[in-house]
Design a protein around this ligand. Structure first.
Ligand code: SF4
Length: 256
């Protein structure tokens, strides 16, 4: 996840957090917040770091390296475990599931990806404002395809179009042309794990929605919006990492 802490930087993570709950956004991005994770986030971050290391090497070697992927996964998992709240889950089970997803991704998706750029950051000035829009594209292949990878517990109901629209904009800004295609690759952890790829077509509706979201976000920041959104389905202890700060500041107990 690309946090972009600087207040003048607008990112998709910030837009999504603000839409979910302005109080949560402010704890995460405006206050002195110490990162913490739930087990799914931990597995996802370790998975993502493993892919990043593999693809950085693959730019030159043109080979995937499963040993490196497992090593990086293990290192990041161990490091971030210190900041992870395990409730009913066993850390070893979470780790083993991550290994399984990584092996699947290595076998099914990685062979299709020859990276040209990995974790490429873009920063676009926003007209008539002191803000900039920023993001980090996972992978751009040598044939101009954007690829983003995620882990998930079940087949996604909706796709993160806002994030992929941002990548499309970032690509246009950096290279003065459109990407050839955009793919989202999911490693799905259910009873029988599998990988699933979606191709997205970004259209005018997506572009307008991104622009409107950025304008709305800047207005929220300028107005100092700071309201807990108790009605959101992610407003639960197991989903919201800042619930202790929220309870302390606003006084309402958060549901498990
Ligand atoms: S616990 Fe709920 S209301 Fe509080 S910050 Fe998190 S999402 Fe917002």
């Amino acid at each position: 996840m690309y946090y972009a802490k600087d207040i003048s930087l607008v990112s998709c993570s910030k837009l999504i957090a603000m839409r979910q709950c302005s109080a949560k956004h402010n704890f995460q991005f405006l206050e002195d917040y110490e990162e913490s994770y739930n087990p799914s986030q931990l597995r996802g971050l370790a998975f993502h770091s493993a892919l990043e290391a593999n693809y950085l090497g693959k730019i030159k070697t043109k080979m995937d390296n499963i040993t490196l992927m497992f090593d990086v996964f293990d290192t990041i998992f161990t490091e971030l475990s210190k900041f992870t709240k395990f409730l009913s889950e066993s850390p070893q089970d979470v780790k083993n599931n991550g290994y399984e997803l990584l092996m699947l991704y290595y076998q099914k998706v990685a062979p299709q990806v020859q990276p040209q750029y990995v974790e490429l950051i873009f920063t676009i000035p926003i007209e008539r404002s002191e803000y900039q829009f920023t993001g980090r594209i996972d992978v751009i292949t040598d044939n101009d395809i954007i690829r983003d990878a995620k882990t998930t517990m079940k087949k996604p109901n909706t796709l993160p179009r806002l994030q992929m629209t941002a990548y499309n904009e970032g690509f246009k800004y950096l290279f003065r042309r459109l990407p050839d295609r955009i793919f989202l690759d999911y490693a799905v952890l259910n009873k029988h794990p599998y990988c699933l790829s979606y191709e997205l077509d970004i259209d005018d509706y997506d572009n307008n929605y991104l622009m409107e979201s950025i304008t709305w976000y800047i207005n929220c920041i300028k107005s100092g919006l700071d309201i807990p959104n108790y009605g959101h389905w992610l407003c639960r202890k197991r989903f919201c990492n800042v619930f202790p700060q929220c309870e302390a500041k606003f006084g309402n107990p958060i549901l498990d």
